[in-house]
Design a protein around this ligand. Structure first.
Ligand code: ADP
Length: 700
């Protein structure tokens, strides 16, 4: 075996060592490089996290709303600087180190609101959905409306990390909304109050006109009174439309439900429409399914209003052909049905682009063509709202120039399933016909309390046909005195009186001997806010809206007077017949010259009134005047006289004549003498022909 000399071994060891040193040197270099790299990375990370902190801080500083991030124990992690506007209880650094949000918000929110918020936070931590909600708080004496949104934050592994709670300041928006609502309410209240203020004196006007018609022997005075009554009715219709509309707008419209018979409602409407159709080449057809239950429970007046409105429109916009009302029903359950109705006409129709606006308030479409037709543009808006109150809907289909159909449905309670065909149709009073009391009560005693002399007279006048003995009181204290002196079967108590008002007077009467069972009816021109229920709640047995409708008074008397006091009276009906006959002549003779529909519109559907108006029109004829001014070329006076003829012609429905008078009036105003020369003769011929036609009708 070879033996390695010690020199050789040393040599070998040295070599090995130097290799080792070389390797170590290399490793060292690698380590150094790695170290450098690490140092650079660390510097970068340092820089980035400083950046991150900077941006986080900026975010929290500049964020416009209060934002709170919490961990899963509801302790703060981050909070936006807006917080320090509401509270100075914590330092910025302090709050970032994790403070329970209960402590953080304790000085900001009242205890109850804070508890609600914490409950919601707990729910959010359990990952239950928490919808955003509005909270009003007073912080440092200032009202704030917050919209609070609470969201759960999750880690990547799906574990709940905490909450994001955002308070958005909505104060400005809420203020603006409240201002708009208040303005809207003020507008509705104003409308309602104004309507009320107007209705009170109207009550007196209508009542007084009624008395003149009944008591006066003077024909001229009676004619004037008829005009007053007719104009007042038109005005009342408009006021009622506005009142209805403002009631609906302010959410105060309530249906007054009661038992009624559908057959009566239909008979009523049919006779009313037929009366209005007498002067028009339009037929009215009904297709009423005989299986509809007759005894319904609902708001008869409002249902009638809907039908009258739709049929009234059909009448207004149909000049030939027919108007059809259909009605059918579907049973919903043992006590309810849905009524389906249509009102269709062969009238002028509605343009497709106008159809979408038709149910909007104050909308009258196609105004160029319809300018001679009156209306407030509220009818259909009210119809739709009433129908919606009855859980129904309405829509329209129309072909311009061909006709229109309105489809509607409403839900009604059913009192008895006996159907219409089994029920006997009772013809109701015709529109415009005089009212006749159907009973009298000469033994009955009534106390009428009102501070307004005129109103007292109106109420007395309406009660007169019943031969009831009437005692007056002009204020609350006087009513109490009268009540202490004698017993009354019924008391009519005005609501609004200076000093002691009607409610107070009623309450005091209730405390007097015999007062508890006294029958007290409130009189009010303010039919707002579900008056029936309201007055019952106050302690009245019933209420009557002013102007008092004779029919409503009769219903109240029949219902509230003791039956033993009521005596029947014979009904007289000659008046109905006579007006009917005269009208058919007018149709034949004047058909071409006057638009009966417009004429009746001005005459509130009353044939009698139209006859009188035509007579007046003839009596006040202006042919001589016009000719004189024409010959004298006195264009100023010519203009004045054709202007007044323009108005008169419109009142009797002579639309064409009125239109031609207008042309001449404008020509005179603008010195277009050539035009006057050209149009004068044909105009006078037209005018004379109309006068002759009226005279011929009068003689026939
Ligand atoms: P108004 O009281 O002015 O009649 P409505 O709300 O009842 O108001 O009707 C609005 C408009 O709709 C009317 O002015 C008319 O232009 C149109 N309209 C309603 N019904 C009919 C119909 N049957 N045929 C044609 N146009 C109609």
């Amino acid at each position: 075996m070879d033996v390695v000399s010690p020199e050789k071994r040393l040599q070998m060891e040295n070599k090995k060592l130097s290799r080792e040193i070389k390797r170590l040197k290399k490793d060292n270099e690698v380590l150094r490089i790695a170290n450098d790299q690490a140092a650079r990375t660390q510097a970068y990370i340092q820089k980035d996290s400083t950046r991150q902190v900077f941006y986080n801080n900026q975010l929290l500083k500049t964020y416009p709303y209060l934002l709170i991030l919490t961990d899963e124990h509801l302790e703060t992690v981050m909070i936006s600087d807006v917080f320090f506007r509401y509270s100075s209880a914590f330092e910025r650094d302090e709050i970032r180190r994790g403070v329970p949000i209960r402590d953080v918000l304790a000085g900001v929110l009242p205890e109850t609101d804070l508890s609600i918020l914490l409950e919601k936070c707990e729910a959010a931590l359990w990952q239950e959905p928490v919808p955003p909600y509005l909270l009003r708080a007073v912080v440092a004496g200032k009202k704030i409306d917050w919209q609070i949104t609470i969201k759960c934050m999750m880690r990547q592994d799906g574990v709940v990390a905490g909450l994001n709670i955002l308070f958005v300041d909505m104060t400005e928006v809420v203020n603006a909304m409240e201002r708009a609502e208040a303005a809207d309410k003020a507008k509705s209240n104003f409308l309602a109050n104004m309507s009320h203020e107007i209705r009170t004196p109207m009550n007196a006007i209508v009542g007084m006109a009624e008395f003149i018609l009944r008591d006066s022997a003077d024909e001229v005075a009676k004619r004037h009174a008829t005009r007053i009554k007719s104009a007042s009715r038109t005005l009342l219709t408009i006021i009622n439309d506005i009142l209805d509309f403002s009631k609906i707008e302010s959410g105060k419209m309530e249906l007054v439900n009661d038992s009624y018979q559908l057959s009566h409602l239909i008979a009523d409407i049919t006779s009313m429409l037929n009366a209005r159709l007498q002067t028009k080449p339009v037929t009215f057809k009904t297709e009423i399914d005989g299986n509809i239950p007759n005894r319904l429970y609902g708001d008869e007046v409002r249902l009638k209003q809907i039908l009258i409105n739709l049929l009234g429109n059909a009448l207004k916009f149909t000049h030939g052909g027919s108007i059809t009302l259909t009605l059918r029903h579907e049973k919903i359950d043992a006590t309810h049905c849905r009524l389906f109705g249509t009102v269709s006409d062969t009238g002028i129709g509605i343009k497709p682009e106008d159809l979408k606006n038709i149910f909007s308030s104050f909308t009258q479409v196609d105004t160029r063509r319809n300018r001679a037709v009156e209306g407030t543009g509220l009818g259909l808006a009210i119809c739709r709202q009433l129908i919606e109150l009855m859980d129904g809907s309405i829509r329209v289909e129309s072909e311009y120039g061909k006709g229109t159909t309105f489809f509607f449905d409403v839900v009604s309670a059913v009192e008895g399933w006996q159907n219409l065909s089994e029920a006997q149709m009772t013809p109701m009073e015709r529109a415009g016909a005089a009212f006749h009391a159907t009973f009298c009560a000469p033994e009955a005693r009534a106390l009428v309390v009102d501070d307004n002399e005129m109103n007292l007279e109106v109420a007395e006048g309406i009660l007169e046909p019943y031969k009831i003995k009437i005692v007056r009181a002009v204020n609350g204290p006087e009513a109490l005195e009268r009540f202490a002196e004698e017993t009354f079967d019924i008391i009519f108590m005005d609501h609004m009186m200076p000093g002691m008002d009607g409610v107070e007077a009623m309450r005091r009467i209730r405390m007097m001997k015999g007062g508890e069972e006294a029958v007290i009816v409130a009189l009010t021109a303010n039919a707002l806010s579900g008056a029936a229920a309201e007055y019952k709640k106050l302690g009245f047995q019933a209420f009557l809206a002013k102007p008092i409708a004779p029919k409503s008074m009769e219903n109240i008397l029949r219902r509230l007077l003791p039956a033993r006091l009521l005596q029947p009276v014979e009904e007289t009906s000659e008046e109905h017949a006579s007006t009917g006959v005269a009208s058919s002549h007018a149709v034949d003779v004047l058909k071409d010259a006057i638009d009966e529909e417009s004429a009746l519109k001005y005459c509130m559907g009353s044939r009698t009134f139209l006859e009188k108006m035509l007579a007046t029109f003839r009596k006040n004829e202006k042919t001589k005047q016009i000719e004189t001014f024409f010959r004298a070329k006195d264009w100023d006076n010519y203009r004045i006289v054709v202007h007044s003829l323009k108005g008169n012609a419109l009142t009797v429905g002579a639309l064409k004549l009125s239109e031609h008078a207008k042309e001449l009036e404008y020509a005179a105003r603008d010195d277009h003498i050539d035009e006057i020369m050209e149009k004068h003769e044909p105009f006078m011929k037209e005018y004379r022909a109309l006068l002759d036609a009226i005279e011929a009708r009068a003689k026939s």
